[in-house]
Design a binder for this molecule. Sequence first.
Ligand SMILES: [Zn+2]
Length: 123
Amino acid sequence: MSYYRAPNGAPILFDNDDQPVRLMWHWEVCPSCEGSGTEDVWGTNGVTSDKWAEWTEGDDDFVTDYLAGHYSKPCAECEGRRVVGMPDEDDPRYDEWVAEMRAEGEWEAEARAEMRYMYGPEY
Ligand SMILES: [Zn+2]
C-alpha cells in the first residue's frame, strides 16, 4: 500500500493491488510552510531572530533581496499551493492513509508543525 498526492492536490491511496482509492478530502493549510507557499532556500521556514541579526548586520542588500523573495522557493510539501489535500477523518480509509503517512515519516513532521502551530515556535 502506498499513497501520493495527485497533481490537483487530491490525496490518493493505493490498495494492496495497486489500485488507486479515491478518498473524501478537503484542503488544509500546508503544515510545512504554514500557508506561505514558499520556503527559503535553506529548507526552513523563516529565520530565527538571532540568525537574522547575524546575517543582516550591515548588509542592507541581503535584507532587500530576502524580502523580495530572492531566497525563497516553492514549498516542497504543497508545491507553492499554500494548502494540501487531506483526507476527511470520517472517510473509511482515513486510518489507512494515516498509517501510510506515518510509515513515510511525514506524519511526524506534520505533527511537529501542528505542535508549533498550536503551542508556538519552541516545539
Ligand atoms: Zn507548503
